[in-house]
Design a protein around this ligand. Sequence first.
Ligand SMILES: [Zn+2]
Length: 117
Amino acid sequence: MILRAGKFYDSEGNLVPLEFGNKEQIKLMNEERSRVDCFTGDGLPVSIDIDERVVYDFQIRFKCICGKQIYRDYESEESDDFEGILKREFFCSECTRGYTAEIDPDDTEGALIRLKK
Ligand SMILES: [Zn+2]
């Protein structure tokens, strides 16, 4: 049985009427009360879960024909996820020129930037 928004429900979610002297209902109400007391008093103690997660931040920066620096980055949990950064839009905020990026066949960790036609 669970207590939700002041009403009792069985494990299938059916409403269970309040029954005077029902030990399970009294126990649930006491638990609810002590939980509320925590929130309004000393505070409810909870644990902080820490998930260790590695994020690789792929970055490309180059100078536009007009001289303005263009910078894009892309975060991935995979160290070899180059597709994500290459698919980014490379537009110059100054002169609006667009560029494309693709893998440099001569450099596995490099890209070739070309002016968009
Ligand atoms: Zn530009």
